[in-house]
Ligand binder design. Structure first.
Ligand code: NAI
Length: 425
């Protein structure tokens, strides 16, 4: 069993100050979470609830955690990736009333899962996950807690895929909201957030330009669309690889080259995987790549680039820069892997994750989903649930209001027209 981060850091006061400054900066740019915080402080909707969280512990997540605690919850949190925690933020969070943070950067697998268990030890009544590790651990090892769990919320595509698979097998024993899939999350976070932050992280980690490069984007889902669009906007040529015919066609119609990885491998300067799948870039691809390529993954788990095969092929490997590991091939070619093949926008040493404004939306949705579980949890059976549209719209309206954007509403006649089937030519 692990201990809270505050018991493990040497310069605790300094870390807390630094983490607090990062959180204060984030909240200034998170009007949705700010408005919900006021509501939660006044209504105390989470009084008596214990919320267990496994998420990327950095400033924006800390803001979400803090507003749940401000609403009366006891919150225990840990990371959802061994490399994405900001220790100073984790320490600052651990100092917040009602919050215990176990998250620490650079933990090994054993420590990672020990921290998940430490969160579960708080006997959560609600879970908030990014990748489903918490839900999986509870179902596998602590099923006796399920009776008292009202429900959960899941942040990312891979987590939702895992939950749906679990649900189809009849193994998911409490309701979980698929926060990832709702428009206010998916159309902004996955597209713009992943696009902007992956490119920023790669550029900052390598100090290299995008202009004139050939960037191979694997997967043309929401994340891939964002990465391709932003890379193209930085004057790179984009090649897309896909396995789904409609997505491949969409990429083609958008003006990108579409080809199999077996061909793209020899042409790319930078490779960014966004598939949520495994073995997307493997040995046969490494063999044809050019000297100096960058290999980065923006999908949830570190299984998209086959690093074991790359290691086996390499005659030498060394850290070329912070966050860049070079694998030298027998013929002298150097293939450079960023962030050990983990989420490149969150796991390089200087990574900051998605822009603050984008996470305000995602975490606004998380927060209203947690509120919904407390208020109407009995209405939801065990299984994966779409975020109710009224909640998604509530978050959009708070954001538009904060941005000072007015928009139209339907007149009664228009509403009636849209709902009728009788009106024709
Ligand atoms: P998505 O399901 O919309 O898109 C994935 C695409 O990859 C699909 O079009 C699929 O056909 C394609 N694909 C699957 N296997 C492939 C293969 N072998 N080769 C080429 N294409 C393949 O999923 P989304 O929302 O784009 O998420 C992708 C991954 O990114 C997930 O693991 C998700 O959890 C993660 N994610 C990462 C974020 C970050 O901050 N880096 C933010 C949000 C999601």
């Amino acid at each position: 069993m692990t201990t809270p981060i505050s018991e493990r850091l040497d310069d605790l006061d300094e870390a807390r100050d630094s983490g607090r400054r990062k959180m204060d900066w984030a909240i200034q740019h998170m009007p949705i979470c700010g408005a919900l915080r006021e509501q939660f402080e006044a209504d105390q909707p989470f009084d008596g609830e214990r919320i267990g969280m496994a998420m990327h512990v950095e400033a924006k997540t800390a803001v979400l955690t803090e507003i749940l605690a401000a609403g009366g919850a006891e919150v225990a949190i840990t990371g959802c990736n061994p490399l994405s925690t900001h220790d100073d933020v984790s320490a600052a969070l651990d100092a917040v009333d009602g919050v215990t943070s176990y998250a620490e950067r650079g933990v090994d697998d054993e420590e990672y899962y020990a921290a998940i268990e430490a969160v579960i030890d708080h006997e959560p009544t609600i879970t908030v996950d990014d990748g489903m590790d918490l839900v999986a651990a509870i179902h596998e090892d602590y099923p006796e807690l399920i009776d008292t769990i009202i429900g959960g919320a899941e942040e990312t595509t891979t987590g939702v895929h895992r939950l749906r698979a679990m649900d189809e097998d009849g193994e998911l024993d409490y309701p979980v909201f698929a926060v990832n899939d709702t428009p206010m999350k998916r159309l902004f976070d996955n597209v713009h957030g992943t696009g902007e932050s992956s490119l920023a992280s790669i550029a900052m980690t390598t100090n290299l330009s995008w202009a004139g490069k050939t960037v191979v984007v694997s997967g043309y889902g929401d994340c891939g669309k964002g990465v391709a669009k932003k890379a193209s906007g930085q004057n790179a040529d984009v090649i897309v690889t896909e396995v789904e015919p409609r997505r491949a066609l969409e990429a083609h119609m958008e003006g990108y080259e579409v080809k199999p990885m077996a061909e793209a491998a020899a042409e790319g300067d930078v490779f960014i995987t966004t598939t949520g799948n495994r073995d997307v870039i493997v040995e046969e691809h490494f063999e044809t790549m050019q000297d100096g390529v960058l290999l980065a993954n923006a999908g949830h788990f570190d299984v998209e680039v086959d690093l074991d095969a790359l290691s086996d092929l390499a005659v030498d490997t060394y850290a070329a820069r912070d966050g860049v590991q070079t694998y030298e091939m027998a013929d002298g070619r150097r293939l450079n892997v960023l962030a050990e093949g983990r989420l490149v926008n969150l796991a390089t040493p200087i990574a900051l994750g998605h822009p603050v404004e984008v996470m305000d939306q995602s975490f606004g949705v998380q927060a209203v989903c947690v509120r919904e579980l407390v208020e109407n949890g009995d209405d939801y059976e065990a299984g994966v649930h779409a975020v109710p549209d009224r909640l998604d719209k509530e978050v959009a309206e708070i954001k538009l209001d904060a941005e000072g954007v007015d928009f139209d509403s339907l007149t009664d006649t228009q509403a009636e027209y849209m709902d009728s089937w009788q009106h024709g030519t």
